[in-house]
Design a binder for this molecule. Structure first.
Ligand SMILES: [Zn+2]
Length: 76
């Protein structure tokens, strides 16, 4: 990991479901992006590639229920 970017304040993102941290955008050695928990690499992180806040959100909803997923899909 070479560095971190903060998720822009106007982008909706969930907090880490394990520790409640706001995620950061990390740049890998291959210059890909991953959305990850800043506290612990073992917490959820998105696959390296494009910045995928939606994927982060889906995997960090506190209650993983389909209604909420559908709302997010509609918003996207
Ligand atoms: Zn975490």
């Amino acid at each position: 990991m070479r560095g971190y970017l903060n998720v822009p304040a106007n982008v909706y993102c969930e907090r880490c479901k394990y520790c409640g941290s706001k995620p950061v955008i990390a740049i890998t050695i291959n210059s890909d992006y991953t959305v990850k928990c800043p506290t612990d690499d073992s917490h959820y992180h998105t696959k390296a590639g494009l910045i995928d806040i939606d994927d982060w959100n889906i995997h960090n909803t506190q209650l993983y229920d389909t209604d909420r997923d559908e709302q997010q899909l509609r918003r996207a």
